[in-house]
Design a protein. Sequence first.
Length: 479
Amino acid sequence: MVFSSTVFLFIFLPICLIVYYNPFIIIAERKNPDRGADPKIRTFRNVFLLLASLVFYAWGEPVNILLMIFSIVLAWFLGLKIGSSESGKAAKLWLVFAISVYIIIFFIFKYLTFVSSEIYRWLGLGESPVNIALPIGISFFMFQLMSYLFDVYYKTARPQKNILNLGLYIALFPQLIAGPIVRYNEIEEQILNRRENKEDFSEGLIRFVFGLGKKVLLANYFGLLADNIFALKGGVSAATAWLGAFAYTFQIYFDFSGYSDMAIGLGRIFGFHFSENFNYPYISGSVTEFWRRWHISLSTWFRDYVYIPLGGNRVSKVRWILNMLCVWLLTGIWHGANWTFLIWGLMYFVVLVVERLTGLNSAGRLPVLRHLYTIVIFTVGWVIFRSEDLGRALGFLGNMFGLRGGGGADMTTLYYLKNSWWLLLIGIAAACPLFPKFRDHWLKKGVYIPVIAFNFAVFVLSLISCISSTYSPFIYFNF
């Protein structure tokens, strides 16, 4: 089930809202406004959200819901063991055991098929018999499970004694499938002490609609353009190849950031405050800045649980480079079982190290050139990221840089530009922080009609698109 599906928009979400905000609870809360949330009401809402979240996941993964439940029970048990250990050594042993178990599970479901296929291919044994289906969103909920265990070990959070509350943290449907990766120490208090209110509900609804528009009105159409160009055979002109690369660059941003917007919005509707996951990364003036703005929850996860424990940048230069190598190898591997993801991660490792050593990551002169350089780097990176194998990645990059005889531009370029120039302009505008400035400008003046009209238009157009479109899953469902 995806947020942009009619099943979710017209059945699942309305049912959740009706039950969660049913009249009996609303009346009970109004009778005792000064008491805050009644523990019985909070328990009911938490249990209901947990059950709804399990149904949400089981809708597309009826078998793998057992893997999630097992992982939650295991984390609950091991978290209690880590938290109750009388010595730091015992706690560390429990932590190492816990993380090892999850890494093994992670490897089996996400990488074993790829590794066995590569071994069989190298040995000339034909096709590997191992073919394990990838559970949707496993990278996200596994990292949240490990976040919980790390936070308990570092004593930045208390072990959760109520397994249902821990289950809600892991399985909460707004962020279950594709993030953001919510840290346990950020949401621990919200599980029991959050307060739903009209302001959060309205802001969450607006944020959800904005994300929905990003997905169905922008990402899906950029996806069609990218698919058409990447499917072209032979030598493609450089301009056409760059157009396809830019189309995918916009597609993955609006797809993933749109999902994050919807997740954050849904969280607000139910009283949860999730951290931001994107901060207009395409306006960055360096690749270092880009990764401070893109998929922030993943970057901070690796920073806090891998990079800093390894010593961060407070070590020798050689050790720092090794720390960076470790982080970006893991980042590439996290995204998928394919050599392209590994190369993609290593590319960013090299670029970020060069930026740091040369000072390119610091604000300075020639901001336009720095911005153009950053655009080229992440666009090339997305081509590698999208490609099915290294051969296709190199072939498409060859087209982009005029190495395959396709020429600079041709009629194909003109055809796609003629039909998509307006989409590219909208994409550029939407990838910049123009809408927040527009909204804040009118709201400060106390003029609400333009903001309401804009959101209503996005909502109506998005619904029409959802009803008329075929199934279009989010890109990061694969991870």
